[in-house]
Design a binder for this molecule. Structure first.
Ligand code: 13P
Length: 250
């Protein structure tokens, strides 16, 4: 069966001591919670935050990106193999901020997904539509196209290492959340695509997370929906009270 997961995407925020305090505060408040919790700090803190999660079976770290190349003269890049070498087990790929500001096209993302899978990483793969696409009723087609050209190229065995995150771009950092019904409708559509591309067991076992202004005030409603298996949290993952409250919404 699929897992309940809450991922905190810290984006390009926090210094080392702030990372430490945030994780400590969360650990203090969450002693017997069994939800899978994943922290996605900036690359340079991955190893450090990973160390803070030692002995917590349900907590680990994710990278926010990886290179589409294996290795070589690519100054500033971090490969999936390097992440694997420091025992990072998750990577976020396809985030709309990477697509928008760093030219992560579907073609590039397909390569990144392959590098990640080759190096035993679980991919948290983001998809999402712009507001104009939703308003012109193209949102289902947009999501299908984003999945068809990337993760749906994987064979069924490799696809077991995929978590999907639906993040409508218009809801990210805007305070505008998709309503739980809008999110459920899209999650159910995504699961039906997985069922069709692979099979029903794979669809049932795939975790589909919601991201986009998920906060303590709306998390319970979102997480109560049958096809919403957790959250990919941005702003609210930077405050221990908010993040813990979101985790406790299950
Ligand atoms: P916010 O929760 O700040 O809207 O960000 C969502 C997100 O982009 C997580 O990856």
């Amino acid at each position: 069966m699929r897992n309940k997961i809450v991922v905190g995407n810290w984006k390009m925020n926090l210094g080392r001591s702030e990372c430490h305090k945030l994780v400590d505060d969360i650990l203090d408040s969450l002693s017997d919670n069994k939800t899978k919790i994943v922290f996605a700090p900036p690359f340079i803190y991955l190893d450090y935050v990973s160390g803070l999660c030692l002995n917590r079976e349900n907590m680990t770290v994710a990278a926010q990106n990886c290179s589409s190349y294996d290795n070589g003269a690519y100054t500033g890049e971090i490969s999936a193999k390097m992440l694997n070498s420091i025992e990072v087990r998750y990577v976020i790929l396809g985030h709309s901020e990477r697509r928008q500001y760093f030219n992560d096209t579907d073609e590039v993302l397909k390569e990144k997904v392959e590098r990640a899978i080759d190096n035993n990483l679980t991919v948290i793969f983001c998809c999402g539509e712009e507001i104009s696409q939703r308003e012109s009723n193209q949102h289902f087609d947009v999501i299908k196209q984003q999945l068809d050209s990337t993760i749906f190229k994987l064979d069924i065995n490799d696809f077991k290492n995929i978590i999907i995150a639906y993040e409508p771009i218009w809801a990210i950092g805007t305070g505008k959340t998709a309503s739980s019904d809008q999110a459920q409708e899209m999650h159910s559509f995504i699961r039906s695509l997985v069922n069709k591309r692979y099979d029903k067991i794979t669809g049932t076992n795939t975790s589909i997370l919601y991201g986009g202004s998920c906060k303590p005030v709306n998390a319970k409603d979102l997480f109560s929906k049958p096809d919403i298996d957790g959250g990919l949290i941005g702003g609210a993952s930077l405050t221990s009270d908010d993040f813990v409250s979101i985790i406790n919404s299950f």
